[in-house]
Design a protein around this ligand. Structure first.
Ligand SMILES: [Mg+2]
Length: 230
């Protein structure tokens, strides 16, 4: 019998880390398209932010207009840069994440993505890290809304469309490594697991409102019990 649970995974800092390759690819895309203007993300909060928002912030910070055509060009150039530079050697899978996603799937839970990455670059990262991409057949991505809070209902609607059944917010668990992941769950009555494999400690994630905060996702059995025991 299918479980009534839906679990949404963040990507960067949660499923994997690209150790700066993603950010470097973005900056090279800006330079390729707009010339060397000393593009940098200094002073811009990257963790948990949406790619579409990072695009706008960086364009505006350099006096460039973030119009739709420029955004499309940026997406395509960034995708090509990431595809070229993100080799499996430059990516690390976070402990236990693949096992947890597979175990949830085996238990009949719906598993998807809720990430600030564009859909196409999310897929590049997932593939480069060696994940079975069929584990994440739907998701909400960095161009699906103006902020992370907007992505939660998008992901839930796509889960419902994919599985042919709706999921109650109380049975939706969002797993992420930043206070913004926690916020986008709690804002919609969902549960949040904070994982300290990104820039925040488990106590910071607990303080941000995570229902459960863990050092990593290695304890599959314990996490399964917590997620599915509803
Ligand atoms: Mg993250």
């Amino acid at each position: 019998m299918p479980s009534r649970s839906l679990v949404l995974f963040d990507i960067d800092g949660t499923l994997l880390r690209t150790e700066g390759v993603g950010i470097a690819a973005m900056l090279r895309a800006f330079t390729t398209l707009h010339g060397d203007r000393g593009f940098s993300f200094e002073g811009v909060e990257i963790a948990g932010a949406l790619d579409g928002l990072l695009f706008r912030r960086l364009m505006e910070a350099h006096g460039l207009l973030p119009h739709d055509e420029a955004h499309e060009k940026f997406r395509e150039t960034y995708r090509a840069e990431l595809d070229r530079t993100l080799t499996p050697a430059k990516i690390r899978r976070m402990p236990g994440a693949a096992e947890l996603a597979a175990a949830l799937d085996t238990q009949g839970a719906a598993v998807g993505l809720l990430t600030g990455n564009y859909e196409e670059t999310a897929q590049i990262k997932i593939r480069a890290a060696g994940y079975n991409h069929t584990l994440f057949p739907f998701g909400a991505f960095g161009a699906d809304g103006p902020s992370r809070r907007h992505l939660t209902p998008v992901a839930m609607a796509r889960a419902a469309a994919h599985h042919g059944r709706a999921f109650e917010p109380a049975r939706v668990t969002i797993i992420g490594d930043t206070p913004l992941d926690v916020d986008c769950a709690k804002a919609h009555g969902c549960r949040a697991i904070g994982v300290a494999t990104g820039p925040y400690s488990s106590s910071q994630l607990r303080d941000a409102g995570a229902d459960l905060a863990v050092e990593n996702l290695a304890d599959t059995e314990e996490l399964l019990r917590w997620i599915l025991a509803l």
